[in-house]
Design a protein around this ligand. Structure first.
Ligand SMILES: [Zn+2]
Length: 190
């Protein structure tokens, strides 16, 4: 009996995994809800935080953020092909920055930021294809229309203690200069 139940459970799980993740394609958004967030906002949103996934697999990141056990999320993940996945509402607080301190001396950056994960293994060599950087720009321009964004920052810059996070390593920051916003990257103590 127990064996039968386990088998059904396995088959059930198998069915879930068998539904292959299909990336929505360049500049298109698909929603895969993460359970890892705090409902609402305790501060007004004015910051965009960029990350790298430390993996070259968009599907794997989606699965990771869908798992309650991971205790992490971001609002969006951008694939190498420019596919955009939204994991939760930007009016809710994602769990992407961890212990953090921004240029303005504010802690817990999750409270007032939108988190964007960018698929890249993060070795400083893996390229960010133009389809991907354009999708990131597209997403940031939407955020600028939605919120009074006053800075774009790297996770590396806000991570506490300094050096805790290196991401997004090797990102082409000049592609974001056209927004005319202050950009903070590199280590705060560096
Ligand atoms: Zn990060």
């Amino acid at each position: 009996m127990r064996f039968t139940f386990s088998l059904i459970l396995l088959l059930g799980v198998g069915t879930v995994f068998a539904q292959d993740f299909v990336p929505p394609g360049r500049n298109k958004i698909a929603w895969h809800q993460s359970p890892n967030y705090t409902p609402g906002r305790s501060m007004a949103v004015d910051t965009v935080v960029l990350h790298h996934t430390a993996s070259d697999n968009l599907a794997g990141t989606v699965k990771w953020f869908e798992m309650r056990e991971s205790r992490v999320s971001a609002h969006f993940t951008v694939g190498k092909d420019g596919s955009i996945i939204q994991h939760l509402s930007t009016y809710d607080t994602a769990w992407h920055a961890g212990r953090s301190l921004d240029f303005f001396g504010r802690t817990s950056v999750n409270r007032f930021s939108v988190g964007i994960e960018i698929v890249n293994i993060g070795d400083g060599v893996d390229p960010y294809p133009v389809e991907q950087t354009l999708a990131v720009e597209h997403l940031i321009s939407v955020m600028i229309r939605r919120f009074p964004i006053k800075q774009i920052t790297s996770h590396e810059h806000i991570a506490v203690p300094p050096g805790r996070k290196p991401d997004p390593k090797g990102y082409p920051w000049p592609t974001l200069e056209r927004f005319g916003l202050p950009m903070y990257f590199g280590r705060q103590d560096g």
